[in-house]
Design a binder for this molecule. Sequence first.
Ligand SMILES: [Zn+2]
Length: 156
Amino acid sequence: MREEIFMKMAVDIALENVLTNRGGPFGAVIVRNGHLISIGRNQVTAKNDPTAHAEVEAIRAACKYLNRYQLTGCELYTSCEPCPMCLGAIYWARLKYIYYAGTSQDAAQAGFEDQYIYHQFTLPKQKRSIPMIHIPTDNTYEPFNAWSHQPHKKGY
Ligand SMILES: [Zn+2]
């Protein structure tokens, strides 16, 4: 089955990432019209970048390859269920399907905080572990007003 081949590829990338000590146990690939267009591996520690998750890396590479900022019609295969950040990036990228092998429970057992962050999102803002403080200013709406009147904007 085609899906299983790409899924195994994502898991192999994750395994190779660990065995070569390049980063966390996560890999991802993006496929368009049945063709592999990008791969991503977790590079958080290698790049000192907390956003360098496999899925985000694969999305960045696919967008660069296609020279566009949305991946409409593309499929993502990831070695593990996406964390909240990656899931958000996947929605922004407008991917068509998410295939995953491991679950967020598997990630939690390996010491990763996906489930903890998912839970934080369900809490009221004032109950989350990172305080989120609303400070409206007199220019809060100026960027939105400018955007709505910008004739040359590129919507996304
Ligand atoms: Zn992630």
